[in-house]
Design a protein around this ligand. Structure first.
Ligand code: C2G
Length: 138
């Protein structure tokens, strides 16, 4: 069984995330997603998530491509995760290209092209615009 692992925040889940997860799963048989905790996001990525870790985890667990969700609590845990879960391939979007090449002594490292026109930041910006009536949908 070929095991794949990927890492991310996955807040305001969107089709760019799904594109990544679908392609990651296609590289093997079992996909693990290490999901950034609220603390990791705030302390290490200065990201304040709209959805809590538990809600983001439940959304990911509902995706057919995802087999296991574990917490990402530090940058350094990748090596021990790869060993613990006997991972064959580390996958992440190419916005991280080159950043995780140090893992190549443990497993294959694959950077997949991002879906260009969508991001959680873009969604938050767009949502700040109200509709014609100036109101907001319920
Ligand atoms: N992604 C994508 N296309 C987009 C947006 C995101 O392919 N339009 C990918 C990212 O490249 C990443 C995954 O979806 O592989 C999750 O994206 P984020 O939640 O933004 O993850 P990030 O904050 O980059 O966290 O230790 C690694 C970090 O935890 C990665």
């Amino acid at each position: 069984m070929k095991k794949i692992i990927t890492y991310g925040t996955y807040d305001l889940l969107h089709y760019g995330h799904i594109n990544l997860l679908r392609r990651a799963k296609a590289l093997g048989d079992y996909l693990i997603v290490a999901l950034s905790t609220d603390e990791f996001n705030w302390n290490e990525k200065q990201k304040k998530c709209y959805f809590s870790y538990e809600k983001r985890k439940s959304l990911l667990e509902a995706i057919r491509y995802v087999d296991l969700v574990i917490p990402e609590e530090s940058w350094e845990q990748k090596r021990s995760d790869i060993k613990e879960f006997k991972v064959d391939t580390f996958v992440i979007g190419d916005d991280w290209k080159g950043k995780f090449d140090d893992l190549k002594d443990l497993c294959e490292v694959v950077y997949l092209p991002r879906t260009p026109e969508i991001s959680t930041t873009q969604i938050k910006t767009d949502l700040k615009m109200t509709d014609k009536t100036g109101g907001n949908d319920d």
